[in-house]
Write a protein that binds this ligand. Structure first.
Ligand code: SF4
Ligand code: SF4
Length: 177
């Protein structure tokens, strides 16, 4: 999440939200077919599109992920962030976290309490692993992350662009799903 500082502005948020809404059904259908179609090795498609899109994405101008969703905090994340804030892990949990339905610690609120007005993260060096890896589109075995990636097309303009690039690439390569 944030601070992948690069050159051009990402798709404007208002444009992104309209575009995502317009593509809602087709994206749902695409992911449904993709889940069923296990013959395609998706990693090269996602990784190439991820690199291309993030080369031109300035997360500092967006911060939509930090403003609207919460990362999962594992114990190591809690310990590191608490140490950075000079408080005990228990106090960090008490002040900032709650348990979600899956039993994971997440923020009690959005926007993230560490997101600053200029979109910087006040615990950047000590942010949780989930923030470091967001939006996960360059992870290995991306097929296992299709559900979260589909959800992230509603949060992250870069993920929507990545998916749109892959759709174009499939067309160019004559791949039907
Ligand atoms: S901890 Fe930092 S990177 Fe993570 S959601 Fe909050 S502001 Fe964003
Ligand atoms: S939502 Fe996506 S593009 Fe926006 S700050 Fe987060 S990772 Fe970057």
């Amino acid at each position: 999440m944030v601070l992948i500082v690069i050159t051009k502005a990402p798709m404007q948020l208002s444009i992104f939200l309209k575009q995502r809404q317009k593509q809602q059904k087709s994206i749902q259908l695409w992911f449904k077919r993709l889940r069923r179609n296990t013959r395609i090795n998706l990693d090269p498609y996602f990784h190439q599109a991820h690199d291309a899109v993030f080369k031109n994405t300035d997360c500092m101008k967006c911060a939509h992920c930090c403003a609207t969703t919460s990362p999962i905090f594992y114990q190591k994340d809690i310990d590191r962030a608490a140490l950075a804030l000079h408080i005990k892990p228990g106090e960090f949990i008490e002040r900032y976290l709650e348990m979600d339905e899956e039993g994971d610690f997440v923020f009690t609120q959005t926007p993230c309490p560490f997101l600053q007005a200029d979109h910087a993260c006040s615990i950047y060096k000590d942010r949780p692993k989930a923030c470091r890896e967001y939006p996960h589109t360059n992870r290995k075995q991306i097929r296992q992350l299709l559900t979260i990636t589909e959800k992230n097309t509603q949060v992250c303009p870069a993920v929507l662009q990545i998916v749109n690039q892959i759709q174009e690439r499939f067309k160019a390569d004559g791949i039907t799903i």
